[in-house]
Write a new protein. Structure first.
Length: 328
């Protein structure tokens, strides 16, 4: 953790610390009508109840108010809360936007470029839908992974299936051992090209062979993003390819950010007056912060779990709660 000296923002004024509760959302679905009831996400009814709860206990503010508070222009109201929605899902337009609009509430949305503009499925979503389609028997998925590992162990210098299982097939408080094993193998353990290839094969077998059509349905469109902004919703960067930005070189970080900013400009975000970075997977490092500062970034949203303290926190490293940290 950072020490006190690095936490203090030099622009902060004494006595100006203001608490801001930032809430992070991903999937918000109408599960009664979903083809994929096995997807882990917040049901629309639970979302409505949670917004009721937040409206009663907090003042829900928009990103312009937060940026004004960061600049020191205008303080936040007491018990300020900010609603943030990651990954650009179509349900953010279909379900979240009408609900917020009806209540006169602002929301902040962070779509990456690749899924919205190029209809490319994010790796993280591919794995979610493979698991949702095989809930009755996830061993159908792990059998495919294990067969590939056995077939390619020698040529790829891999460990044996038994070694991987001993290390990774361990349950946690959310998932059973088999599900954790599948997630780890497809998300981090196997070499990137190989796990990508296996995940595509599994998606074609268990979900659909038309990934582009699936992605076109899963994510918002650029026109929807423009319409949402015209109704007071804010948009910011979630990178171009949804990479772990702390695992790539400074040059690659700059490319990711520049492509994302060009995309934001195209969908009507006024990035020249300051803009917001939402780190994919919460991943950031010092070189990324330099890239962001050089491009006028005003605020950065992490996945560290805490109440943000405007005037005290580095504005590029604001912590956020998850929707699961509040009643639904
Ligand atoms: Zn994301």
């Amino acid at each position: 953790m950072a020490n006190a000296a690095t936490r203090i923002d030099t622009t902060a004024r004494p006595g100006m610390k203001q608490d801001l509760t930032i809430v992070m959302y991903h999937y918000v679905r109408d599960f009664a009508r979903s083809r994929f009831p096995g997807i882990r996400g917040l049901d629309l009814a639970g979302f409505r109840r949670q917004i009721d709860f937040l409206e009663q206990g907090y003042s829900i503010v928009g990103m312009p108010q937060v940026l004004a508070a960061i600049r020191g222009d205008e303080p936040l109201p007491p018990r300020a809360a900010l609603l943030t929605f990651d990954d650009g899902y179509a349900e953010h337009y279909d379900l979240v936007f009408p609900e917020l609009h009806k209540r006169g509430l602002p929301g902040c949305f962070y779509p990456p470029l690749a899924p919205v503009r190029e209809h490319r499925l994010l790796d993280v979503n591919r794995v979610h839908f493979i698991l949702a389609a095989t809930l009755d028997d996830p061993s159908r998925v792990s059998a495919v992974i294990d067969a590939r590992v056995r077939a390619e162990a020698a040529s790829h210098g891999l460990d044996s299936v038994e070694v991987y299982r001993a290390e990774w097939a361990k349950p946690n408080r959310f998932d059973d051992a088999e599900t954790i094993y599948i997630k780890r193998m497809l998300q981090t353990v196997l070499p990137e090209a190989m796990r990508h290839d296996i995940a595509r094969d599994l998606f074609a077998r268990f979900v659909t062979t038309d990934e582009a059509a699936f992605a076109a349905e899963l994510y918002i469109t650029e026109d929807q993003a423009r319409l949402m902004q015209s109704c007071g919703m804010s948009f910011g960067s979630h990178g171009a390819e949804h990479l772990w930005l702390n695992r790539i070189s400074p040059a690659e970080q700059a490319v990711e950010i520049d492509r994302s900013l060009a995309f934001l400009r195209d969908i009507g975000v006024g990035v020249d007056e300051g803009w917001v970075m939402c780190y994919p997977y919460g991943g950031w490092n010092e070189s990324l912060l330099e890239v962001l500062r050089a491009r006028g970034c005003s605020a950065g949203l992490t996945t560290e779990v805490a109440t943000a303290e405007i005037g005290l926190n580095d504005p590029l490293r604001l912590p956020r709660y998850d929707t699961n940290d509040f009643p639904q």
